[in-house]
Structures are given as C-alpha cells and as structure tokens.
Design a protein around this ligand. Sequence first.
Ligand code: KG4
Ligand code: ZN
Length: 331
Amino acid sequence: MRVLGIETSCDETAAAVLADGAIRSSVVLSQDAIHGLYGGVVPELASRRHIEVMLPVVRRALDEAETTLDGLDGIAVTCGPGLVGSLLVGLSVAKAFAYAHRLPLVGVNHLEGHIFAGFLQEPPSHPFLALVVSGGHTALYACLRPLDYRLVGQTRDDAAGEAFDKVAKLLGLGYPGGPVIERVAGDGDPKAIAFPTAQFTDQLPDFSFSGLKTAVSLFVRRHAPLPPALTADVCASFQATVVKMLVRRTIRAAGRLGIRKILLTGGVAANRALRQALEAECGARGYGWTAPPPRLCTDNAAMIAAAGTARLARGERADLTLNARATFPLA
Ligand code: KG4
Ligand code: ZN
C-alpha cells in the first residue's frame, strides 16, 4: 500500500511517501529561521509559510518516491492536535488531492504519528509504554494492543520541549531550544547546579516543568550577565534535571504496570543525554527500549503516513468534512 502523509500541525511543512510501511521519501521544510527571530512559533506566520511551500514539498516527496498522485492508494493527514491555522493548510491540500484523484483519505492524530515513528525502523512488540516528549506534549501511554492507547501520565503544566525552548530564550540561545541547549550542555557540568525536580503527593507518574523553568529563570537573573562557562553549566544542569524527571517517572510507571518495553519518541527524544539515560536504566532492569532515529523523532510526515497506513488497512476512511482539532486527546 502506497500512502502519502502530510503534516502541518506546527512549524514544519512535511510530506512523505511510504510503500508497505517503508519510507520512499520524507521531505521536511523547517520554519526555524522565521520563528527564530521571535524565540517561538508565531501561529499566523506558520500558516502563511505552510501555504507557500506545501505544494512544492508534496511535489518533491512524490518525485523522490518516483510516484504520482495516481500511483497512491491513500492519503493520511494530521488533523490535530496543533495550531488550527497550520492544520487547515495540510487538511485542505489533502482533501483536494483525495477528491480530485478519488483516493481514500484518513485523518491522523499527531501523537499517534509520533508513536508510529517508532515503527518505521525497529517496531516494538506490544505491550509497550510510550513516552511522547515534544514541544507541545509530554505524556506516557500504555500501548497494550495495536491502535489501543491508555493515558498513564502527563505533564501538569509545560511540555518538556517547551521548557527547553523557554530556557534557551532566557539564555538568549535562540529557537528551537532543544538542539542548542544540548550542544551548549556538552561544555558544562550537569552536577554544577541543583535545580528542583517536581514532587507530587498523589504519586501519579505525571510530569511538571514550570517550577524548573522558574528556578532557571531566577538563577539567570541573579547571575546576569552569565559568563559562557556558567551558561554551559546552566544548560547541562537543566538538561540533566529534565532527563532525570522523565526517566525516573517512566521507569516507575513501567514497573507498576508490569510493562518491560519502552518507546521514546517526539522531538525531545532526539536528545542524546535522554536516550543514554533511558538506555542505562532499562539495561539495569532488563527492560527493552527503542527510539526512532533523531530525524524521525522531530515532526515529519513519514510517521503520519505510517499511522495512516495502519488505519487505512483497517478500512478507516475520512470524508470531506474532516476538520482540524486544536486539542485531540489520544486516550
Ligand atoms: O515533536 P516536535 O518536532 O514538535 C512538536 O510536536 O512539538 O518537537 C519539537 C520540540 C521542541 O521543543 C524542541 O526544542 C525539542 O523538540 N527538541 C529537543 C531536541 N531536538 C528538538 N529537545 C531536546 N534535545 C534535542 N536534541
Ligand atoms: Zn510533534
């Protein structure tokens, strides 16, 4: 089955072609240069950029896969959660193509897409626990059977990626924050500053990053202007604190649920310190773990085509009333 995936939920314009679940092309056009000027995504600018580049991005994905719209068996498009103005661009294009070429259409939840990124190379077998960590979400899902998700825990305030982006902005390091903090942290000491980890009295495997962000903000204000060595220590200590919270709670939830396999995915899953810490903790307990390669952790359309392939194979079809959803819980 040949499926075109289209993803425009935030600030990446992406299209990809999968043939029987294998990537034939994956084109991602980042808008980082546009939003970098503002230290975060500006929704209207994101929609306007999507509409300029969507068709060339799809054309390139089809050309690289050596196919045409008539050579496809279906189209999968992200319909939420995300920025509505951005989602509408991808949805309109997907619907127009599906209508004109009489192709089956399916709407995909972006978070399910991130989980399916884990199936593109080394698919984990069920049951597994998925830690989805991105700029908009931080959540744990028990994946007991294919296409069946139970929400186990989630952030009570900011998403982990959002915390990386805000701390990078505080430090004047630019956008997106994750990659630059990871790079600067390489020169710092992760034990230099003891930032707080959130504690909950109810013992749920939830996350919270707003207290950490405030602690970093207070530290930066107290020590301004920060010399480069101290900036590196802040980055390393902040990153280590985020990693500790994510890994500890995930391992604890896996233990409680009796699930011995973990899938790490979403943009923050590109972070090497996080991957290494999860690998070490899983190794110590004999748990299995997997994560997509970094380029498939961040937003892309191959993951949307992968989830769409599974849903189309089950006979799911969207009609032309398919709409954008700013919030769209996966479970
Ligand atoms: O999944 P994604 O591309 O978009 C959303 O669905 O939100 O995730 C983007 C987020 C951004 O917050 C970015 O700073 C973060 O992922 N990110 C990273 C790294 N690469 C991207 N965070 C930590 N370390 C990285 N290497
Ligand atoms: Zn995402």
